[in-house]
Design a protein around this ligand. Structure first.
Ligand SMILES: [Mg+2]
Length: 385
């Protein structure tokens, strides 16, 4: 497939409601898409970066600059070296480096090039990954943030709504001083709910923290996710030895190498893998293989994706679930947090969602929806053709 050019599209989509985490509050979701236009097919990639970066994940603005500075050029050069033809999706991550922005770019371009190839072949991502019958329908979980003013009634109402919608698992965001109270309240309301907590690295691991986090075991919390800042795997390994509930890592697992390090150190008993952060689907499958070998269950985490990125995560979660674990991935509908989702997503029915069978990775952004939102577009023509 000869490449004609690459379009970069940035669009601002409002969140349905403010998203509060220990790392900050998000009101809108700027989304960045790339479209590769080739002879006979085109494909879309969705960038996972959020507006505000963290210690681990680059901000969307930084990724957008890297995209313009070198991302687009890398793919154009790779095509030029192949007589104008697109590389295979599997080759795309190799065009990028190991830094945080490059990993996001690798994931975005891998998706776009793979999407174009699958559309040309008339194959779905699930088919290409080998999602087996019986694994095509995934349970949906919910994430409940830290409410303004730490109002426990708000958390209880959100959990009630998620459970009523069929959520198979709820992950509560916690931070120091806001852990036992919401967990106790939710457990009181829902004795059998599968409950996880996510601290986004906000604890320090002192005696007070250990005491508070240990109490969560009394409420049958499945695991505590990213209790400490992401850089310190050794501290997580030490904490894991004294906590009476499993430690899950998320932000610490920024590269496949870090996943190997965490497994070797005993720093995580559960892993949240994020394709956008790790550098794409193939990098995530490699990280998953290491976790499976170590007996560490995995779930696929999200970055408030639109329907395209989430469809990719859904097909991947379906495939990974064949070698793991029963944990619930973040595969709920983007319409729960974006108004509107510019891409669309399969309907969630009674807490279950079915992987797409249409050709490609997922639905690209709809032109009519884009027309109603604040959009910036730039076209890079492949000049060698
Ligand atoms: Mg997390």
């Amino acid at each position: 497939m000869k490449l004609h050019g690459i379009e970069v599209v940035r669009v601002e989509v409002p969140f349905r409601r403010e998203i509060g985490t220990a790392a900050g509050t998000h009101r809108t979701r700027p989304l960045l898409f790339v479209r590769v236009v080739a002879e006979g097919a085109e494909g879309w990639g969705e960038c996972s970066a959020l507006e505000q970066g963290t210690a681990v994940d680059p901000a969307l603005g930084a990724v957008e600059r890297a995209l313009a500075d070198r991302g687009v050029r890398r793919l154009l050069d790779a095509c030029a070296a192949r007589g104008g033809h697109l590389p295979e999706g599997a080759e795309v991550p190799q065009l990028f480096g190991s830094g945080a922005e490059d990993r996001v770019l690798a994931a975005t371009f891998e998706m776009a090039v793979w999407d174009a190839g699958l559309r040309a072949q008339g194959r779905s991502m699930a088919e290409a990954l080998g999602v087996a019958p019986g694994f095509e329908t995934m349970p949906v979980g919910a994430v409940v943030g830290i409410p303004a003013g730490r109002d426990v009634a708000v958390v209880r109402a959100e959990v009630d709504a998620a459970v009523a919608a069929g959520a198979a698992r709820v992950r509560l965001k916690i931070e120091p001083g806001w852990e036992v109270e919401p967990v106790a309240a939710v457990r009181g309301d829902h004795p059998d709910l599968v409950l996880q907590v996510d601290a986004n690295g906000s604890f320090r691991g002192d005696e007070e923290d250990v005491a508070a986090l240990s109490r969560l075991a009394d409420f049958h919390v499945l695991c505590v996710e990213q209790p400490l800042p992401p850089a310190d795997l050794v501290a997580h390994a030490q904490l894991a030895k004294v906590l009476p509930l499993p430690v899950c890592l998320d932000e610490s697992l920024s590269t496949t190498r870090r996943v190997h390090d965490a497994l070797r150190n005993g720093a995580c008993a559960v892993a949240c893998l994020k394709p956008g952060r790790l550098g794409g689907v193939r990098a995530t499958r490699s990280a998953h293989a290491a976790c499976a070998e170590a007996g560490v269950p995995v779930f696929v985490g999200g970055f408030f994706e639109a329907g395209l990125g989430r469809s990719s995560n859904l097909a991947l979660a379906a495939r990974l679930s064949q070698e793991a674990t029963g944990l619930v991935s973040d595969v709920g509908s983007p319409s729960e947090y974006l108004v509107p989702d510019p891409c669309g997503y399969p309907a969630v029915v009674d807490g279950w969602v079915r992987v797409r069978r249409e050709p490609g990775v997922g639905p690209g952004p709809d032109e009519e929806v884009l027309a109603g939102l604040a959009v910036r577009r730039r076209w890079y023509r492949a000049t060698y053709t």
